[in-house]
Design a protein around this ligand. Structure first.
Ligand code: MRU
Length: 346
């Protein structure tokens, strides 16, 4: 099995997701600036995976700080955290991972600097370990919602590649299969970055899970034919009212699911829920380079000079969401209440 992101000998090793499935290349990062670059360029992507990578980036950056006392250490630490936090704006797990590292630094400020650094490395490794456990738990809760002999539509990649391992939406599918159910998957291609075609299809095939690839505009046709029993997607940030930011195109899939009476589920760890945000309109949406739209595999497919928009995420309103599957259980409408209850449990 592949490793998405890993701490190895004081460096961060990541599979380069930009060139999958053609090439399986692992890259080694020895300083926090190149980790920040890797997050920005989407060598690593997917909300939980970038949270883990950012935490490891903070650990790497901390190891190189030459300060002798905490005040001087903290000054450098803040520079590391600020750069890593500037890489991508939508997935809240990035900020969550950095914040958790900042808290550990504060709580251990009386330790000798070398011990504090070791503590930070241990925390980053712990975030990685926990993420796999959390996904397995999401898989167990979500697996129960999936009926035997179901076909699930998913969008983007919310799998092992988007997390430390196992996945959220794909974790639900894996959980259902591990519980003995027969499950087939339809994967949306997910233009423009093709996470569905390149990554979801790749990791499901590797796992011998039955996967059929469609382009994004085929979802309505496939649903109307009665071929989809449920939709399961991941999330980049969930507002406290249950509005869900996820990969661009998710909102259209949710509307289609509603029109066809198909349940639309969101699978995400509690760290993806941003309690500081009341509703989806407040979630910052990343706009990426227009070349992702005008070019396909490096080749121009649109005329020079055409106006382009490239929002990387959209927001699905809570009324379209049948359930939010987390490690602490499944939240259902009304979400303000059910989400709060999950945090009390989680
Ligand atoms: O731009 P990406 O590839 O980082 O976007 C990823 C998604 O939108 C995923 O669906 C989301 O992060 C959930 S991953 C478990």
């Amino acid at each position: 099995m592949f490793r998405t992101v890993e701490w190895k000998n004081s460096s961060v090793v990541m599979i380069d997701q930009r060139i999958l499935p053609g090439k399986e290349v692992y890259r080694t990062y020895r300083d926090y600036k190149t980790v920040a670059g890797a997050i920005k360029d989407m060598v690593v992507r997917g909300a939980p995976a970038i949270g883990v990578a950012a935490a490891m980036g903070v650990a790497l950056g901390s190891l190189k700080i030459k300060a002798k006392d905490y005040a001087a250490f903290k000054k450098e630490f803040d520079k590391v955290a600020t750069l890593l936090a500037s890489t991508r704006p939508t997935a809240v797990n990035l900020f969550w991972g950095i914040e958790r590292m900042r808290r550990v630094a504060e709580e251990n400020k009386t330790l000798p600097i070398e011990k504090l650094k070791a503590r930070l490395v241990a925390e980053a490794k712990e975030i990685h370990r926990e993420d796999i456990e959390i996904n397995r738990s999401i898989g167990r809760h979500g697996g129960r919602l999936i009926k035997n002999n179901s076909t699930i539509l998913t969008h983007c990649n919310a799998g092992a590649l988007a997390t430390a391992g196992y996945g959220t939406a794909l974790g639900v599918i894996r959980g259902a299969i591990e519980a003995g159910k027969k499950v087939k998957v339809f994967a949306d291609e997910t233009r423009p970055f093709l996470q569905g075609a390149r990554l979801t299809a790749w990791e499901l095939k590797k796992d011998k899970i039955d996967v059929t690839l469609i382009t994004d505009n085929m979802a309505g046709y496939i649903m109307k034919k009665g071929l989809i029993d449920a939709v399961v997607v991941g999330a980049d940030r969930i507002a406290s009212n249950g509005d869900v930011a996820n990969k661009i195109g998710t909102y259209s899939v949710a509307l289609l699911a509603k029109a066809h009476g198909i349940p639309f589920y969101v699978a995400a760890p509690l760290s993806t829920i941003d309690l500081n945000i009341k509703h989806g309109d407040q979630i910052p949406i990343e706009e990426r380079n227009e070349k992702e739209v005008t070019h396909l595999a490096g080749k121009r497919v649109a005329p020079e000079g055409v106006s382009v928009r490239n929002p990387a995420f959209d927001v699905t309103p809570n009324r379209l969401v049948a359930g939010i599957i987390t490690e602490a259980g499944v939240a259902k409408a009304p979400y303000v209440r059910s989400i709060k209850a999950l945090f009390r449990k989680g």
